[in-house]
Design a protein around this ligand. Structure first.
Ligand SMILES: Cc1cc2nc3c(=O)[nH]c(=O)nc-3n(C[C@H](O)[C@H](O)[C@H](O)COP(=O)(O)OP(=O)(O)OC[C@H]3O[C@@H](n4cnc5c(N)ncnc54)[C@H](O)[C@@H]3O)c2cc1C
Length: 433
């Protein structure tokens, strides 16, 4: 089956949905998601979204981001992120994202390595609320068609120009011909045995870029979150205990009840300390304790974490939570400019699949959703200005002979082999396929 569209968007997380909302209403837009529409990492985000606290906070927000990223960030991209943060959060509020508020206005929390409270949130399910509101807004537009359970296998291209995507839905091949293609396929957690990510998020966009010689950056920069709920069940997604638990005063202790690290240091530093402590004490995990705080506060501020831990036999109002690091985020990705343009003509990349350079070697907490918002909007506006001069390219898609698993395994192998070139130390952490 062949479908013809102006813009093809692969992914229905924050980056895909927000780009769709910022494209012109007279464009025909086709969106696809690999699983169900909300089966994405956006839906899992707990802590919130960073935002500058007014123009006087912009320099400090930039400095916190650079410091966490070990000054390997793209300074221009970080400036854009901080400067355009407020307008995008206001825009979310206008379209229905009801962040937590008190009498003075928005509530801001603090997370590791932020020098002040600058994270807006919706309880401890910010991502779920964001996904819900963005999806409802997208569904209300009659120029957007969405196919779920539709897997991108490869791109359609002519020389170095992208012409759409080759997909499989059920057992059927779908060739989606597009003037512009947007890769918003998210991160790589699904290729790790221990990850906080949705299992279906397996870095497909990056594998497809590698196969098609599209420029990739920083394949070695993989973030491990210090505090995932510790369980021995290895095939399950690891439940995240949000950074904001430490931001609100939670204490990290070892198996003997002793403190061993400043909880508000950047993620990579805290993760390293936890690994060292586990090694020293010959334990598989450490503990995160907030049980000394008022019960009502804990249940109101962290209702999902409370419920989820209770399901796993831990009452966080009475006892410490067993935690250990797990793969969480990918700072590298498809190399893009400040409008999300890749090295292939007519192909854009937004969100976690892209590498704008804002995170450097280590992402500052809550900067990911913001990156997805700021750069997908910039990209969409750039597409609006240029798409009228483009036409569909006549390309015939190769006939797919095998099933989805066959092509997905090839993509996983391509990605794993490339990561291993830089990160041989992660060999045992990666899935086999
Ligand atoms: C547990 C958890 C908590 C987090 N908390 C926060 C937080 O508080 N603040 C913050 O800023 N960040 C947080 N993050 C990170 C943040 O959620 C993600 O980086 C961000 O949501 C990525 O958005 P995205 O749109 O790029 O990708 P995603 O939201 O992951 O969406 C990817 C989309 O691509 C689709 N897709 C993938 N491959 C294919 C394919 N082959 N064919 C078709 N479709 C495909 C998927 O179906 C999905 O729709 C958290 C992440 C996790 C896992």
């Amino acid at each position: 089956m062949d479908i013809f569209t102006d813009v093809l968007i692969i992914g229905t997380g924050v980056a895909g949905l927000y780009s769709a909302l910022n494209l012109k209403n007279d464009l025909k837009i086709t969106m696809i998601s690999k699983g169900k529409l909300d089966e994405c990492n956006t839906n899992l985000a707990q802590g919130g979204i960073s935002v500058a606290r007014g123009s006087t906070d912009i320099d400090s927000f930039i400095e916190d981001t650079l410091k966490a990223g070990q000054y390997e960030n793209d300074v221009n991209a970080v400036k854009i992120l901080a400067e355009e943060s407020i307008e995008n959060i206001n825009n979310l509020t206008n379209i229905g994202v009801d962040f937590d508020k008190d009498r003075e206005g928005l509530c801001y929390t603090r997370e590791a390595a932020h020098s002040i409270n600058r994270i807006v949130h919706y309880k401890d399910i910010t991502g779920k609320r964001l996904e819900e509101v963005l999806l409802n807004n997208v569904k209300s537009k009659n120029n957007i068609v969405i196919y779920e359970d539709c897997h991108l296998i490869d791109i359609l291209k002519k020389y170095n120009t992208c012409a759409g995507g080759i997909c499989i839905k059920g057992n059927k091949q779908f060739n989606i011909h597009a003037k512009i293609t947007i890769m918003a396929t998210g991160g790589i957690g699904g290729i790790f045995k221990n990850s906080t990510n949705q299992r279906i998020i397996t870095g497909d966009g990056i594998a497809i870029a590698l196969k098609n010689i599209i420029k990739i950056k920083n394949l070695n920069y993989i973030q491990f979150h210090p505090t995932a709920f510790f369980t021995e069940k290895s095939s399950e997604r690891k439940f995240l205990i949000s950074e904001s638990v430490r931001g609100e005063g939670g204490k990290l202790i070892n198996c003997n009840g002793a403190s061993f690290v400043n909880e508000l240091l950047p993620r990579d530093v805290v993760t390293r300390h936890i690994y060292e402590e586990e090694h020293k004490t010959k334990s598989k995990n450490v503990y995160l304790d907030i049980s000394f705080m008022p019960k009502n506060f804990i249940i109101k501020r962290f209702p999902t974490i409370y419920e989820k831990c209770l399901e796993n036999g831990v009452d966080i109002t009475k006892e410490a939570i067993p935690v250990s690091p797990a793969q969480h985020y990918f700072m590298g990705g498809i190399d893009v400019d400040s409008h999300g343009k890749t090295s292939m003509k007519n192909l854009y990349a937004f969100g976690e699949v892209s590498c704008t350079g804002i995170h450097g070697a280590n992402r500052l907490a809550s900067n990911s959703l913001l990156e997805g918002l700021v750069f997908s909007k910039r990209g969409a506006l750039s597409i609006n200005n240029t798409i009228d001069d483009l036409s569909l390219i006549d390309v015939e898609a190769p006939k797919l002979k095998y099933n989805i698993e066959y092509y997905e395994n090839i993509n996983k192998k391509v990605l794993i082999n490339n990561i291993m070139k830089f990160r041989g130390d992660l060999k045992d952490e990666l899935v086999t396929c």
